[in-house]
Design a protein. Structure first.
Lengths: 386, 294
């Protein structure tokens, strides 16, 4: 099927493992370099970007108003879900338009545990992650047979199905599937932090942990197996990658990320909503879009994409007074524009720029015929750290 | 028994609708290899155009024909401006573009034509025909079936029996080789989109007339069922799309009637159906087996 290669922005480059993972630590005797050799310009740029982003993320909730902090917190949970999808689609090549359903399961798990069973919020995140992980496992099993386009459709069905299931089985406010835990449940536990800042920092902390885990996962043996399965299934299986195990496990992990995002959305929005029949389909699309405009198979991509998406949505909403109906049109048009201008996403574009700068600085003084190093495996490779 | 027949007929009525939208999806997929998520919304917009034309006093059939022509041109233009530049890019980019179109067209339709439900007049005579066993079938259901069959036949002839169809299929199979044989691949892809948009316009206009009123959400759930039908049929078979549309419609209607446990979540049925079929036969019921080269 034509969608087989989605997410794989590059030619399959099996076997071109980055230098840092080629070195087996035990055999080499010396400690392998923590960072693979990169041009100095690129390295410096990465450090600067990293420090600036962390500083901005830590300072933001003190600078902005509570409403804006809520928007930023929304960007965070969106980023977590997009990262989940990124693991599945960007790194493992399995399409899912059903992550909205996992997100919904996470949201309702948290809300129901809190309202009906008196749990406090934080442990429900773990419960959501476990439950959606199991769901992901169950969906991942048939996904072994159903691939590409068909997988997209089956998972699309999940997203459509979920609100109906909620409608049938969840009895919330006024008999509708609408659960509203009290805002008091999410009060700040740290003195000096306002509630909205607490929500932001809790989300941010969880995001950092999950992104770190994802980063670790994709750099290791499992990550290389994931990418190998994405790039060339048959070749991967001949070198001993467990196809079924890798795919199902990735599905489960990815679903758990979406579930955690759903949990956090209950905290941020104080709401689990099953009344809108297309909401979870829209969420699935948002995850996909956030991942794509940020940059598939990159580490920072989902976060950048989620932030861009949330800001885009917020700003298109009141762009034209009295014409709120037009907001989705502008939103949709911006998406198309994004794909036209930055096909590899924001992170892909920045990386391309840095690679170009790096080539320029390292090519100084050499004859102009010097072959330009092929950076194709740099984009979307398993070992990337942006 | 009578209830059973009535439900089957009911299911056929819906199934024809799913089949005709699935037909448009399959056509785009077969000629261009793209899954067009905006198909339903394009049909919705055309439906609004048909409705607007009937409001100005045009006869229904004339309005639908004009709207189909407009859709034909618009489909080609969309392909030329938005899809063609994506050639050679990742499939994900095309998907995002069609999703962006989905959002944009839907909200433009609401902007131009308002959010109130509208009444689309039917192109077929009203009333029903008595069948054996006391069941009745609506005349517009018969009309839909006839239109769908004619559509299928025309498409089948076009794709399999004409030079144009051969070119379309050649481009879909391998654009590069087709170009080397002197086929204008760009034109063919554009033609595929235009044709699909036209079929969508017809389907939308006829579907809207079956409802007591339609608004901008008309095509959304239909699209899901149509995708199910297309997947079940294997995505590249025209007859497969239609037959599976009927299967999905009938299965759905029977579930609503007989399985109380699935009340409200009967959408499980088409999904379960796809899942089972795809697990047994990964290329759908009517799809060609694809061989992957390593």
């Amino acid at each position: 099927m034509a969608t087989e290669q989605t997410g794989a922005a590059t030619e399959p480059v099996l076997g071109v493992a980055p230098p840092d993972v080629m070195v087996a630590p035990a055999a080499a005797g010396t400690t392998p370099p923590l960072w693979p050799p990169v041009p100095r310009v690129v390295f410096i740029a990465r450090v600067i970007i990293g420090v600036a982003l962390s500083a901005a993320a830590l300072y933001a909730p003190f600078y902005f108003q509570p409403t804006m902090n809520r928007v930023l917190s929304q960007a965070i949970y969106l980023a977590i879900a997009a990262m989940g999808l990124n693991l599945l689609l960007g790194f493992n090549g399995q399409v899912s338009i059903g992550h909205g359903a996992f997100y919904g399961v996470g949201a309702f798990t948290s809300a129901i545990l809190m309202i009906d069973h008196g749990w406090s919020f934080e442990p429900t995140i773990i419960a959501s992650a476990l439950l959606t992980g199991v769901f992901g496992l169950l969906v991942g099993l048939p996904a072994l047979r159903v691939r590409g386009l068909y997988l997209a459709l089956v998972t699309l069905g999940l997203a459509v199905l979920f609100p109906r299931v909620a409608q049938k089985f969840v009895d919330g406010t006024g008999g509708r599937p609408l659960l509203r835990p009290s805002r008091k449940e999410f009060s700040s536990l740290i003195e000096g932090l306002a509630d909205d800042q607490w929500v932001y920092f809790l989300s941010l902390a969880i995001m950092v942990v999950l992104f770190f885990l994802a980063w670790n996962l994709t750099r290791g043996r499992v990550g290389r197996a994931m990418v190998a399965v994405r790039d060339q299934e048959l070749a991967a299986s001949t070198v001993g990658v467990n196809l079924a195990g890798t795919k199902v496990a990735t599905f489960a992990i990815s679903a758990a990320y979406a579930g955690v995002a759903g949990s956090l959305s209950v905290m941020v929005d104080a709401l689990a909503d099953g009344t809108n029949p297309v909401l979870y389909f829209q969420r699935s699309i948002e995850f996909l879009v956030a991942m794509t405009i940020g940059g598939a198979a990159t580490m920072l991509g989902p976060a950048v994409g989620a932030l861009a998406l949330v800001l885009l949505r917020r700003n298109t909403q009141d762009l034209i007074e009295g014409k709120e109906i037009l907001a989705p049109a502008i939103y949709g048009a911006s998406l198309i524009a994004f794909v036209f201008v930055l096909p590899e996403g924001v992170v892909g574009g920045v990386r391309r720029l840095l690679a170009w700068l790096g080539r320029r600085s390292s090519a100084k003084g050499r004859p102009p015929t010097h072959p330009i190093p092929d950076d194709s495996h740099d984009i979307g490779g398993p070992h990337e750290r942006t | 028994m009578q209830l059973f027949i009535e439900q089957v007929l009911n299911g056929i009525g819906n199934g024809v609708v799913y089949g005709s939208v699935a037909l448009a999806l399959v056509l785009i997929f077969r000629t261009t290899g793209v899954l067009n998520f905006a198909q339903g919304e394009m049909a919705l917009f055309s439906t609004y155009i048909s409705w607007k034309l009937t409001e100005t006093g045009l006869p229904v059939v004339g309005a639908i024909v004009i709207s189909m022509l407009i859709a034909f041109v618009a489909g080609g233009v969309l392909q030329f401006t938005l899809i063609r530049p994506m050639e050679g890019r990742s499939q994900l980019n095309v998907v995002i573009v069609t999703l962006g179109l989905f959002l944009a067209i839907n909200s433009l339709a609401q902007l131009f034509f308002g959010t109130d439900p509208q009444l689309m007049p039917s192109a077929f005579p009203s009333g029903g025909v008595d069948l054996f066993g006391g069941a009745r079938i609506q005349k517009d259901t018969i009309g839909l079936i006839v239109v769908l069959l004619v559509e299928c036949l025309a498409l089948w002839v076009l794709l399999n029996k004409t030079k144009l169809g051969l070119k379309l299929r050649a481009v879909a199979a391998d654009p590069v080789s087709a170009r080397l044989h002197g086929i204008r691949a760009g034109w063919m892809l554009m033609f595929g989109w235009a044709l699909a948009a036209m079929i969508g316009a017809l389907a939308g206009s006829l579907v809207a007339a079956e409802r007591t009123g339609f608004d901008a959400t008309l095509m959304q759930i239909i699209l899901v069922y149509a995708l199910a039908a297309a997947a079940l049929g294997g995505f590249d078979s025209i007859w497969g799309a239609v037959i599976c549309g009927l299967i999905v419609g009938i299965a759905d209607a029977l579930t609503i009637q007989y399985v109380d446990a699935l009340d409200g979540i009967e959408v499980v049925v088409p999904l379960g159906l796809i899942l089972v079929v795809l697990i047994v036969s990964p290329n759908g019921l009517f799809g060609k087996r694809t061989v992957e080269r390593v």
